[in-house]
Write a protein that binds this ligand. Structure first.
Ligand code: CTP
Length: 415
C-alpha cells in the first residue's frame, strides 16, 4: 500500500518515527511529508533514513513530477500525525501553502488525522469547528489521548500511541477501499520461546531461546491483518499487544496447545525451541546431594516432534473444496559439521518434517539466540529458490510473514 505520512510541527513528531516503522515493517511504501515547522523537531534525514524514500516539504522540489498531484492521487492512505491545531485549520479551510496541504487537497483515498496539542487548543471552539468540518467531509480525526502534555499540564491532547494510530489507519483503509491486508481474515498460530523440562520442583532443562523471533513474527502477522495466537514457552521479552497468548512450559504442554490451536488455523509457525528430550522422571521433591556421593543420573526420553505431528494431522485432514491447505512453517537451528553444511542439513530436515516452509538459522552460542539481528534462509517444499532475509528480527519477520502471505494468496496449488 502507498501511504503518505504528513508530519505536523509538534513535539510529538518524534513518536511518529515509531509509526513510520510500523508501516514500513508491514511492507508499505511510505512517503513522509514534514511541514517546515516539524523539521525543527525532527529533521528530514530521519524521515529519509527510516522510510527509505526522498523527503521534501516544498511544492517547488521536483516540479517536473508535480509531486502534490502524484502523491495525492497515488496514496492509498494519508495519515497526518501529529495533526496540530494549525494543520487541522489549514486542512479544514482548504489552504494550500506547502506540499502537505496541497497533497491533502489532491487526496483520493482515506485521510486520517491524529491530533496532538494542548488541551485548551483542542477544546477551543475554532478547533472543534475545524474537526467537525473535516469529519463532515469524510476524514477520520482521532480523539487525542489524555495524559501528561509537553509542560506540567495534563489533559486530552496527547498524540495517540503509534500502535493505536496504526490500527486506526488499517481499519480505515479496510473499511473504505478494496485494499486488503495480506493476512486479513486468517488465523495464525505461532509458538515462541524455549520449553523448560522440569527435573524437580526447582530445576529444569532449558535452552537459550529468547522468544524475540517468535514475538516479532506475532507482531508482523498482527500488522498484516491476521488473528494471532501466540503459544508462549519461556520468553525473555513480553508478549505483544493485540494477540491471544497461551502460556506453556514443557514440550508436552506445547504439543497439546499446538494441536488444539491448529484445528482452526490457516497458518502454524513453529518458531519455539522445543526440547527434544525430557527427564524420564520428575522428582516430587528437590533432588539433594547425598552423603554417600552417589550422584544422580538423569535419564532422558524423547519428546514428540510437534511439527511433524502437525504436518501428519494436516495431511490426514486435507483441504475442503476450494480451500487452501493449512500452511505449516518450521524453523531449523543448524550449526553444520564435518558431515554436512547448514543448508544440506536444512534441506534434509525440510523433507523429513514435511512442512511447507523451513526458516533456517545458522546458530552458535553467540549467534541468533537473544540477538536482535538475524540472517535466515527460507526453504520451500515446493522447490522454489531459497530466499534470504537479513536484518533485525523485526525485518526478518516481516519478510517471513510476507512470504507466507504470498504462499497463501497464490492461485497455483502447492506441490
Ligand atoms: N520441533 C518440534 N518438536 C520437537 C522439536 C522441534 O515441533 N520436539 C520443531 C521446532 O519448533 C522447529 C523444528 O521442529 O520448528 C526444527 O527443530 P530443530 O531443533 O532444529 O530440529 P530437530 O527436529 O531437533 O532435529 P535435529 O536435532 O536432528 O537437528
Amino acid at each position: 500500500m502507498r501511504i503518505v505520512l504528513g508530519v505536523g510541527g509538534g513535539i510529538a513528531a518524534y513518536k511518529v518515527a515509531s509509526l513510520l516503522r510500523l508501516f514500513t515493517e508491514a511492507g508499505h511504501h511510505v512517503t513522509v511529508i514534514p511541514t517546515e515547522a516539524s523539521t525543527r523537531f525532527v529533521g528530514t534525514a530521519t524521515w529519509e533514513a527510516l522510510s527509505g524514500n526522498p523527503v521534501s516539504n516544498s511544492v517547488f522540489d521536483d516540479v517536473h513530477q508535480v509531486n502534490h498531484v502524484r502523491l495525492g492521487h497515488e496514496a492509498d492512505l494519508i495519515v497526518v500525525a501529529p495533526a496540530t491545531a494549525d494543520l487541522l485549520a489549514k486542512a479544514a479551510t482548504g489552504q494550500a501553502g506547502d506540499l502537505l496541504t496541497n497533497t491533502l487537497l489532491m487526496a483520493r483515498g482515506p485521510v486520517l488525522f491524529a491530533p496532538a496539542m494542548h488541551t485548551e487548543m483542542w477544546q477551543h471552539a475554532a478547533t472543534r469547528a475545524n474537526v467537525e468540518t473535516l469529519r463532515g467531509r469524510g476524514a477520520a480525526v482521532l480523539e487525542p489521548a489524555t495524559g501528561r502534555l509537553t509542560g506540567a499540564d495534563s489533559g486530552p491532547g496527547r498524540l495517540p500511541e503509534p500502535e493505536a494510530i496504526y490500527d486506526a489507519a488499517m481499519a480505515l483503509v479496510q473499511g473504505q477501499s478494496d485494499f486488503q491486508l495480506p493476512l486479513a481474515g486468517r488465523t495464525v498460530t505461532i509458538s515462541a520461546g524455549g520449553t523448560r523440562e522440569p527435573l524437580d520442583p526447582v530445576r529444569f532443562l532449558g535452552n537459550r531461546s529468547s522468544g524475540k523471533q517468535g514475538v516479532a513474527l506475532a507482531v508482523a502477522a498482527r500488522n498484516a491483518g491476521a488473528t494471532v495466537r501466540l503459544l508462549a514457552a519461556h520468553m525473555d521479552v513480553p508478549a505483544p499487544a493485540g494477540v491471544e497468548v497461551v502460556p506453556v512450559e514443557t514440550a508436552l504442554q506445547l504439543r497439546e496447545a499446538a494441536l488444539a490451536a491448529a484445528a482452526d488455523s490457516d497458518v502454524v509457525i513453529m518458531s519455539a525451541a522445543v526440547a527434544d528430550f525430557r527427564p524420564a522422571e520428575i522428582s516430587d521433591t528437590k533432588i539433594k546431594k547425598r552423603d554417600d556421593h552417589a550422584d544422580p543420573v538423569i535419564t532422558l526420553v524423547r519428546n514428540p516432534d510437534i511439527l511433524q505431528e502437525l504436518v501428519e494431522l494436516r495431511n490426514l485432514k486435507g483441504a475442503g473444496a476450494g480451500e487452501k491447505q493449512q500452511l505449516i512453517v518450521g524453523f531449523a537451528a543448524e550449526t553444520g559439521d564435518s558431515q554436512g553444511d547448514v543448508l544440506a542439513y536444512a534441506e534434509a530436515k525440510l523433507h523429513r518434517k514435511g512442512c511447507d516452509l523451513l526458516v533456517v538459522n545458522h546458530v552458535g552460542t553467540d549467534r541468533v539466540f537473544g540477538q536482535d539481528h538475524n540472517s535466515v534462509v527460507i526453504l520451500a517444499r515446493s522447490g522454489s529458490e531459497p530466499q534470504e532475509a537479513t536484518g533485525t528480527k523485526t525485518e526478518v519477520s516481516a519478510a517471513i510473514i510476507s512470504r507466507i502471505g504470498l504462499e497463501l494468496n497464490s492461485v497455483s496449488p502447492r506441490a
